[in-house]
Design a protein around this ligand. Structure first.
Ligand code: IMP
Ligand code: MG
Length: 412
């Protein structure tokens, strides 16, 4: 039984929260794509944790947390995260890392900066080296987690020489000699990474296959989101992987016929970090109202997020291409308050001939803290949910009404 959780907007929809909830019954939780460009806030026993690479169910005892073959890993970040989580939390699940996952080295981060420097239209990447690492993977000069444990020194050094040749030429010719890296420096880094992560690196396929054969719940936790998908998003203002459900299958190593559910996560409004189109964006005071009420600042970079109204026409496309079976609408509490403050809520349902959004209007609401069922929600809120269902053709199963894991109404 495989369930995939995907983002339907520009990321930061609250995927971690739903994954964490599903993790209560899962045997395996897998991160399948992206790297530490992602930032998932997870609240565990009243304490907030910002996870970038560890799957959101890492605090759940008994869950096998897998970092899949499709993920790109910065070992420095992962080691730090493991230290914090395993050091502070008494109940931690098991962690394994795919031997096929590619490694992000410091020269990938320098390359990320170099690309941005030479772009006329900057992407506003997270600067974490994600794109250049996927680039090396496609160019077949990447170094994988498994190489740390299976290569001899001679084999690993040969791979390193191939990997750093072109970045070093570029650094020299663009006036960034200081970014240059030597074979020895990278080899030493590999030894360090091996020492801290060796015990987690395995072939993850047998673990996944066994869970499929036993018919236990496997959850694939999506990272980033539909509009950042390299094939389906707002190219070139996208990330360098496929955050859609099909990409999740690929990045985890699971055939599409094994997938039972695809849960699409959206926020009741929209936010975006980085550059690129955002037709329903609110730039003035109205945008600030959303940013402040929704605490819309990046988990990874701390950048203030751009905020605006829900774009249902984009969400409907996202739900279709992801093959969503149900939806989760988060921040319904926040949007209600935004509506009360601004005296209306707008939802984009399409575009006119000048490509300007066409809006439907809604009234705000206030959701009581003790509200536990759909029937207890204010009528203005249920009207909004039903409008989303009509326009996407997909049922809303989960409704987020607060920041904690438990603040979710599950309709069935
Ligand atoms: P990159 O993934 O660092 O290459 O950045 C490409 C674009 O995707 C930038 O606009 C980033 O801000 C955005 N992005 C990447 N990961 C996330 C995420 O997890 N949440 C929101 N935006 C993201
Ligand atoms: Mg995030």
């Amino acid at each position: 039984m495989v369930t995939i959780v995907v983002g339907l907007q520009w990321g930061d929809e609250g995927k971690g929260k739903v994954t964490s909830e599903l993790g209560n019954n899962a045997e395996v939780v897998i991160r399948a794509t992206g790297g530490n460009n992602a930032g998932h806030t997870v609240v565990y026993k009243g304490k907030k944790y910002a996870l970038h690479l560890l799957p959101s169910s890492i605090m759940k005892k008994g869950v096998k947390n897998i970092i899949g073959p499709g993920v790109v890993i910065d070992p420095e970040v992962l080691t730090q995260e493991i230290k914090i989580i395993f050091g502070e939390s008494s109940a931690v699940g098991k962690l394994v890392i795919s031997n096929k996952a590619h490694i992000i080295f410091p020269y990938h981060k320098s390359m990320d900066q170099l690309h941005e420097e030479f772009k006329e239209h900057k992407i506003g990447t997270t600067g974490r080296g994600i794109g250049p690492c996927y680039c090396d993977k496609a160019n077949r000069v990447g170094i994988r987690m498994g190489d740390l444990i299976s290569c001899t020194e001679i084999e690993l050094r040969a791979k390193i020489r191939e990997a750093i040749a072109i970045p070093n030429i570029l650094f020299q010719n663009t006036g960034h000699v200081e970014w240059g890296v030597s074979e020895n420096t990278i080899y030493e880094l590999c030894c360090k990474y091996k020492q801290s992560l060796e015990s987690y690196i395995v072939d993850v396929q047998p673990i996944i296959n066994k869970a499929i054969d036993n018919n236990t719940l496997i959850v694939i936790e999506g990272a980033q989101a539909f509009n950042l998908d390299i094939d389906h998003g707002d190219y070139p203002f996208v990330t360098s992987s496929n955050p859609v459900s099909a990409g999740a299958c690929c990045g985890a190593g699971i055939g599409p016929t094994q997938v039972e559910k695809v849960i699409g996560i959206l926020k009741a409004y929209s936010s975006r970090v980085g550059e690129g189109p955002f037709p329903t964006e609110l730039t003035g005071d109205e945008g600030s109202v959303i940013r402040e009420l929704g605490h819309e600042y990046g988990t990874t970079t701390g950048r203030p997020r751009r905020c605006g109204w829900l774009d249902l026409s984009k969400v409907a496309t996202a739900a279709k291409i992801n093959g969503c079976t149900t939806l989760c609408v988060n921040h319904m509490d926040t949007l209600g308050l935004i509506g009360l403050k601004l005296q209306h809520i707008k939802v984009c349902i399409g575009y006119d001939d000048e490509k300007q959004p066409i809006y439907s209007y809604f009234k705000g609401w206030k959701i009581d803290k003790c509200c536990k069922t759909y029937e207890e929600l204010p009528m203005n809120a249920t009207k909004y949910i039903e409008f989303i269902e009509e326009h996407t053709g997909v049922a809303v199963q989960y409704i987020g009404i607060g920041p904690d894991d438990e603040d979710v109404i599950k309709r069935w």
